[in-house]
Design a protein around this ligand. Structure first.
Ligand code: HEM
Length: 228
């Protein structure tokens, strides 16, 4: 019962964050479209200007980012996974490929477009690397048919990828309430949001790790919840 309630809360939160990600991508794409049509943002705006100067790199990040946030919740839905295993496998390949492009392009974006200095660069380097390692280990584990370990690494990777959506309200809070300049708030939010998501992922993993679902399991374990 406790697990069912927690699953319902988490599912709602994940869908809301994924929807925020979709909105973020659409807004950035609209601003890029404006830049392409010649109506570029003012050079006085270093944030939007940075993306407008690197449209290809930005698209390389946000288009797979869109695929990642849309496919993520579907990949974790137990009903879809159980009924349509082949679909789960194919979407999984697309999801991992998109995630890999998001992670690598994030590393480049943090240096090329990032304007919050070393606080941002260090956070982006650290968490992008962790994100890519988590994705890689998730693939490695499932190729060895270690389903429980695959699930745990996928939860870590998805939680990290979704952290960009929690960052946005954090930047708003730090600028509006704490009075920090935007660039400083952005750098701090990178550390806060990604750390928070990582901690939440570890909490969920240990909360749902049971004797029925040990990390060393090598076969699929049926589950009654919507999220693993
Ligand atoms: C490990 C995961 C990720 C990392 C480390 C990361 C990192 C970054 C970095 C460094 C930037 C440039 C920030 C700056 O302006 O200084 C950025 C921008 C952006 N990212 Fe990501 N990202 C990740 C995942 C995603 C995902 C999954 C999405 C999909 C929603 C996404 C969507 C965007 C968008 C839309 C922007 C443009 C920012 C804006 O419009 O305000 N990112 N990201």
């Amino acid at each position: 019962m406790q697990r069912r309630a927690a699953t319902a809360v988490l599912s709602t939160l994940v869908v809301a964050l994924a929807a925020t990600g979709v909105v973020m991508v659409v807004l950035r794409a609209l601003l890029l479209a404006e830049a392409f049509s010649g109506n570029t943002p003012s050079p006085a705006d270093p944030y939007d200007g940075g993306y407008a100067r690197h449209p290809g790199l930005t698209l390389l990040h946000i288009v797979p980012g869109l695929v990642f946030v849309i496919l993520g919740p579907l990949q974790f839905a137990t009903r879809i996974r159980a009924r349509y295993t082949n679909l789960h496998r194919w979407c999984g390949r697309i999801y991992v490929a998109s995630g890999a492009v998001v992670g690598v392009s994030a590393l480049v974006l943090g240096v090329v477009v990032g304007f919050a200095g070393s606080t941002e660069t260090t956070a982006v380097t650290f968490f992008s690397t962790l994100f890519l390692i988590s994705l890689g280990l998730a693939v490695f584990r499932i190729r060895r048919r270690e389903v429980a370990a695959h699930r745990e690494w996928m939860i870590r990777a998805f939680a990290l990828g979704l952290a960009v959506t929690t960052m946005r309200p954090m930047v708003g809070i730090l600028t509006a309430l704490a009075g920090l300049p935007f660039s400083e708030a952005l750098g701090i939010s990178f550390w806060l949001a990604f750390s928070l998501h990582l901690v939440l992922a570890e909490c969920w993993i240990s909360f749902t790790r049971t004797e029925r679902n040990p990390v060393s399991a090598t076969v699929s374990v049926p589950s009654t919840s919507r999220f693993p």
